[in-house]
Design a protein around this ligand. Structure first.
Ligand code: ATP
Ligand code: MG
Length: 214
């Protein structure tokens, strides 16, 4: 499952868990996107923060893991590269790519879209406020799955923190504490790790069509 995960929330986790159960997947790999880039006019938190929040959120589930392939690759994140890297790391694994209804609707605009179908099977999951459709997508490469409706978005979580509203129970407890510890999403904060503490990405840049969809 690819995502910005800024921050990871229970909508991501429920979707992953449901697809894992339905398709009997050995592992769900959460892949945070690469270095910070501008998304809808807002800066994105440093990749290292988003990676660590994703690790915290998934650590207790033995069937969940987190991959650094996208955050360790230079340049904008494209799913085609994500899938190629995961395939190289797990040459015998059958890959499934989990994506919400909003992102699925943009898939044909993704880089090398025609090649995606050869690398993974795509599972589109329901998301409140978005229509789930596989119109125009290859029938044998895309499956739609209903998951419990979680009307949560990272955008809403960020706005809530900035507005001093609680995000308890929208995101895992450890993520609430991590956000507080590093003052992420505080008014004026960019969420970058301080110098010497870890990876701080390049200056925010404009998203591609694909990165803005994730
Ligand atoms: P943002 O508001 O910053 O775009 P987001 O909540 O959409 O954040 P992303 O990291 O952009 O989260 O999403 C990663 C993937 O998870 C996407 O495929 C998205 O469609 C899916 N997703 C996110 N939230 C939900 C949800 N509540 N239910 C189902 N799928 C979701
Ligand atoms: Mg999104």
């Amino acid at each position: 499952m690819g995502g910005t995960f800024d921050p990871i929330h229970h909508g991501h986790l429920v979707a992953a868990s449901e697809v894992q159960a339905e398709f009997d997947l050995d592992e769900v790999v959460f892949v945070p996107t690469g270095d910070p880039w501008q998304k809808s006019g807002q800066p994105v938190s440093a990749a290292e923060h988003r990676y660590l929040m994703t690790v915290i959120a998934t650590a207790s589930n033995p069937g969940f893991s987190v991959s650094r392939v996208d955050i360790d690759r230079d340049g904008p994140t494209y799913t085609i590269d994500t899938l190629r890297d995961l395939h190289a790391q797990r040459p015998h694994a059958e890959l499934f790519f989990i994506t919400g209804a909003d992102a699925l609707s943009h898939i044909l605009t993704w880089k090398d879209a025609a090649e995606l179908w050869g690398l993974a099977h795509f599972i589109g999951v329901t998301r409140p406020g978005h229509v789930l459709t596989d119109k125009g997508l290859p029938d044998d490469k895309v499956t739609l799955q209903e998951v419990p409706a979680m009307a949560i978005s990272s955008t809403d979580c960020r706005v809530r923190v900035t507005s001093r509203l609680p995000v308890w129970y929208l995101v895992p407890d450890g993520v609430v504490q991590y956000i507080k510890k590093y003052a992420l999403y505080a008014p004026g904060a960019l969420g970058a790790l301080s110098a010497g503490e870890g990876t701080v990405g390049a200056l925010p840049r404009r998203p591609t069509k694909e990165t803005s969809a994730r």
